[in-house]
Design a protein around this ligand. Structure first.
Ligand SMILES: Cc1cc2nc3c(=O)[nH]c(=O)nc-3n(C[C@H](O)[C@H](O)[C@H](O)COP(=O)(O)O)c2cc1C
Length: 343
């Protein structure tokens, strides 16, 4: 069995039951979370033969930052439940693998502590009803060296989770959530997600921060075009790991049409959701993604072996991608083109 395949079970032994359930669960009936990986596994390849694959290069750039492996860590909450070092430990693991970290705006570690680790990181932002909160958070992230703002666009309201028994919110200690704002100073109404956003928010975020803005949570080509026209430096095809609209299509299915509308624009294309193997990553890159992000596997790896676990996860996935690239006859990521995929 691959080390990656045993990670969730090993993490489950260390995590409180409510935390394990929170990490793994999807919203509502769990349809989208259940389909994500299967959808990547359904692609079939048309390998090239008689190409020189004696050297294979996995490096690329993401928004101008060089990465050694095109596998980034998606923003997720409650990392201090996985490891006492939380996001700082995640950042150290990412730095050692030569990748980039997404940091949740709900993070339980201050941006200053995360920034001090030295890994390149992108702030994920939920714009909330009281825009002062959002502005303060953006300023703090810029101050701490964030290299991009990732606007999560699929969460006008938080997807309903169906829990039996105590939820994670009943068991986590104070300080494991929202370490970057004085949550007690605001009401629940202030902190509620903004449900009136339009593409204009992209320019607002870019103007405030001077950073590239990436929109996360797209599943449609027309939305990708609207984001690109509004100045998005990137988009992440995502259904939030199946945690928002249940029954939303798998990202494996959405990716191609979005790649088609972004072709010829400067908007970079990323994808997450259910990617667990080199073959899945190869399919995503061949269909037009510049890099992929992994969410839950990074939480399991952080739980099991702290920073070293995160580094191993990213390098193992990179090794699998490299192996698969040799088998399809690709030497560089630029050689990964849609004709490698059978439709
Ligand atoms: C426990 C958990 C917490 C998450 N928290 C956030 C978050 O704070 N902001 C966000 O944009 N996405 C969040 N996500 C979604 C991830 O960024 C990502 O889209 C998803 O996990 C990718 O799917 P995967 O877990 O199958 O790799 C979260 C996902 C999980 C599993």
């Amino acid at each position: 069995m691959r080390w990656i395949d045993g990670l969730e079970a090993a993490a489950a032994e260390k995590l409180p039951e409510a935390v394990h359930r929170y990490f793994r669960q999807g919203s509502a009936g769990g349809i989208s979370v259940g389909e994500a990986t299967t959808a990547w596994s359904s692609y079939r390849f048309r390998p090239r033969v008689l190409t020189d694959v004696s050297t294979v290069d996995l490096s690329t750039t993401v928004l101008g930052t060089r990465v050694d492996v095109p596998v980034l860590v998606a923003p997720t909450t409650l990392q201090r439940q996985a490891d006492p070092g939380g996001e700082a430990a995640m950042a150290a693991g990412v730095a050692a693998a030569g990748s980039v970290l997404g940091v949740s705006s709900n993070a339980g570690t201050t941006f200053a502590e995360i920034g001090a680790v030295g890994a390149p990181w992108w702030l994920q932002i939920y714009v909330v009803k009281n825009r002062d909160i959002t502005l303060r958070m953006l300023d703090a992230a810029v101050e701490a060296g964030a290299r991009a703002v990732v606007l999560t666009a699929d969460t006008p309201v938080v997807g309903r989770k169906e829990d039996d028994g105590p939820t994670v919110w009943d068991v986590i200690p104070p300080g494991h959530l929202l370490a970057n704002l004085d949550a007690d100073a605001y009401s629940e109404a202030d902190l509620a997600k903004a449900d009136d956003l339009t593409p204009d928010v992209i320019g607002w975020l870019a103007d405030r921060t001077g950073l590239p803005v990436v929109v996360k949570g797209l599943l449609r080509a027309d939305d990708a075009r609207r984001c690109s026209d509004a100045g998005a430096a990137g988009v992440i095809v995502s259904n939030h790991g199946g945690r928002q609209l249940d029954g939303s299509i798998p990202t494996a299915q959405a990716l191609s049409e979005i790649a088609d509308v972004l072709a010829g624009t400067s908007t970079e294309l990323y994808v997450d959701g259910g990617l667990r193997r080199g073959e899945h990553i190869l399919a995503a890159l061949a269909l037009g993604a510049r890099a992929v992000l992994v969410g839950r596997p990074a939480l399991w790896a952080l739980t099991v072996d702290s920073s070293a676990g995160v580094t191993r996860l990213l390098t193992d996935l990179g090794d699998e991608l490299e192996h698969t690239m040799r088998l399809v006859g690709a030497r560089t990521l630029a050689d990964l083109t849609p004709d490698l995929i059978s439709r």
